[in-house]
Unconditional design. Structure first.
Length: 191
């Protein structure tokens, strides 16, 4: 019987010790730790994956007055990307005596000729770009200066970038500055 009382007493003591006390307000908060040292803030930037390609081609009856360019596998274009095409319109003399300065114009671009209206235009998919001539006259009457060895720059930027209200696609140099590309970064195809 003595062993039974000892066993029963041990169980009661164990039950009392393991019980939680009454629920009440939490205890006082502990001390806050010390803040770590701040690092040097970097410059804020934007994630732009822009690309610029330069192609050259001739418009004639054999290609139906269009230049078709398929993006190479090294150029990744998404369906949601914005594609802009610029025509090398002319070159002007550098007032400082340097190399001629290129003048680029965003397509579509319309010229008024003696024969009528001529428009350089384009369309694209995420696989290719087609640059073509449209007119209200026979394209066979065009002079070689309007058709031969025309130079184009194709700029590919994410749509989010092109939807920025401060984005001005009409100025190729400003666009290239925005996507941090210089003349040496342009992929020249077929030159």
């Amino acid at each position: 019987m003595q062993k039974l009382k000892l066993l029963l007493g041990s169980l009661v003591a164990l039950a009392v010790i393991s019980c939680e006390g009454p629920a009440g307000p939490p205890g006082p908060p502990g001390f806050d730790g010390l803040d770590g040292l701040n690092g040097i803030d970097g410059a804020d930037g934007i994630n732009i994956l822009g690309q610029v390609l330069e192609i050259q081609g001739t418009f004639d009856a054999n290609n139906n007055y269009s230049i078709f360019y398929e993006f190479p596998s090294t150029v990744e274009v998404f369906e949601s990307d914005a594609v802009f095409v610029y025509l090398l319109w002319e070159q002007v003399d550098d007032p400082n005596g340097g190399d001629p300065i290129d003048v680029w114009r965003l397509l579509p671009q319309t010229r008024i000729l003696d024969q009528g209206l001529l428009q350089y235009n384009f369309d694209h998919t995420f696989l290719d770009v087609s640059i073509f001539l449209e007119s209200d006259f026979d394209l066979a009457t065009l002079l070689p200066a309007d058709t031969d060895d025309q130079v184009f720059r194709i700029v590919i930027v994410p749509t989010e970038f092109s939807e920025d209200p401060n984005f001005d696609p009409t100025n190729l140099n400003a666009v290239m500055d925005e996507i941090n590309m210089g003349e040496d970064d342009i992929q020249r195809i077929g030159f």
